[in-house]
Design a binder for this molecule. Structure first.
Ligand code: FEO
Length: 406
């Protein structure tokens, strides 16, 4: 089997998961990979492991290069089970001299595997370890996206092993950024950011500043999911800078769920109003679009018009699901408004307004309710809501401040 080499004596030895379709609520239509890396030096070092069912695949890749018993150090950059699920079996098999992790990683490893007898070596930000001719340097990245997360930098080869950060859920036979379709790659990278890292954007921003100040030369970025950025690591770093800064694209999303088509009619009228103001929009019916794809669109969108009928004094289930999911991911700096049809009580608009306030959106319209089926004049008011939102989008794109009406 062909080995995958990043640099002289530095190899990819992970596993590709062609089957993964759900990552706790995030639809992974293109599968994923669990990347692990092997460095051959005086101290043979394995960086990260893989999800439990993929352990033999990783060991197979290692065996193609070296006898796994020769591995001395095992670096655990992140304890989440997609990277550490196979750890107990791997430790049993290779019996490493050191298991290197962050302080929080040590705590999390104990809480996951209950093995105080393992040979832990705790590393903090700035700590270095010689493994022979090469040096590993560590950077704690707490809450990116777990408390235990850290990066490992291979100084001499200028490779940053960044764990989840800069990754994508993307199963491919290719291992490097220059070997895959760049549009697919950036789409999956954006989806990964929107659905995993978005709530930690202030920390991403801080981390990028820290890395910039450290003047770390990065020849290659090697995350634990998807491809290795070797041709242009700056491309994904720049994208992270934009996403973490909350840069928006001037587009509005009309996200809705409907019972008997009334809210859909309202959604189309809101979209027409946006169009009249020259604002580009996307209609996203939650019955036809997965929550994680909608979140990917939310990442760079300027405005969110949320529409739901009222069902049993609440939201229609797909909108309730989406609002809870979005609230946890905390997209910042959006313009928002709510609309929906109802039969007799009509709480949906009020509930969606509360969700918009929870994510600190600038609510540009107090919201619009229509009883049962909208007629011409009521659809006209939906068009007006779209126009109001469109004007707010244009104003914010021009750098003007828009005040919330709620
Ligand atoms: Fe890829 Fe946070 O695990």
């Amino acid at each position: 089997m062909k080995t995958v080499q990043l640099a002289d004596n530095v190899y990819w030895v992970g596993a590709v998961d062609w089957l993964l379709r759900d990552f706790h609520g995030y639809s992974t239509a293109r599968g994923s990979s669990y990347n692990a890396y092997l460095i051959l030096d005086e101290k043979v070092t394995l960086i990260d492991t893989v999800k439990k069912p993929y352990k033999s695949e990783m060991m197979h890749h290692i065996r193609n290069i070296i006898d796994p018993q020769k591995i001395d150090y095992l670096v655990v950059n992140h304890v989440e089970m997609d990277h550490s699920g196979s750890l107990p079996e791997v430790v049993e098999e290779i019996r490493p001299e050191k298991i290197i992790c962050s302080k929080m990683g040590h705590k999390a490893l104990l809480q996951h595997f209950h093995r105080p007898d393992w040979p832990y070596e705790v590393m903090g930000s700035g700590d270095e370890m010689k493994i022979g001719k090469r040096t590993l340097s560590f950077l704690e990245t707490r809450m990116l996206h777990w408390p235990d997360s850290m990066f490992t930098y291979l100084k001499e080869d200028e490779i940053l092993f960044s764990n989840d950060a800069f990754g994508e859920h993307l199963a491919t036979s290719e291992r490097f950024d220059d070997e895959v379709d760049p549009c697919v790659l950036m789409q999956e990278a954006a989806k990964y950011y929107a659905n995993i890292l978005l709530p930690y954007s202030p920390l991403v921003k801080k981390l990028l500043e820290q890395v910039r100040e450290m003047r770390l030369p990065i020849r290659m970025l090697a995350p634990d999911h998807g491809v290795i950025w070797r041709s242009d690591p700056g491309r994904i770093i720049d994208a992270y800078a934009r996403w973490s800064a909350g840069e928006t694209n001037g587009r509005a999303l009309v996200i809705y769920d409907t019972m008997w088509q009334s809210t859909r009619m309202m959604a189309k009228a809101v979209a027409a109003g946006l169009g009249e103001e020259g604002v580009e929009y996307t209609l996203l019916d939650l019955q036809a679009n997965h929550r994680s794809d909608v979140m990917t669109a939310v990442l760079e969108a300027s405005a969110l018009a949320l529409g739901s009928a009222t069902l049993n004094n609440g939201l229609v289930p797909d909108m309730a699901d989406f609002c809870m999911y979005m609230k946890g991911l905390r997209p910042a700096g959006k313009i928002g408004a709510a609309f929906g049809s109802y039969g007799w009580s009509g709480e949906a608009v009020k509930i969606m307004n509360e969700f918009l306030k929870d994510i600190k959106a600038t609510v540009c319209h107090e919201g619009l309710r229509v009883q049962y089926v909208p007629e011409h004049e009521q659809l006209g008011r939906c068009v007006e809501l779209g126009r109001v939102m469109g004007r707010a989008v244009k104003a914010t794109q021009a750098g003007e401040k828009v005040e919330s009406v709620l």
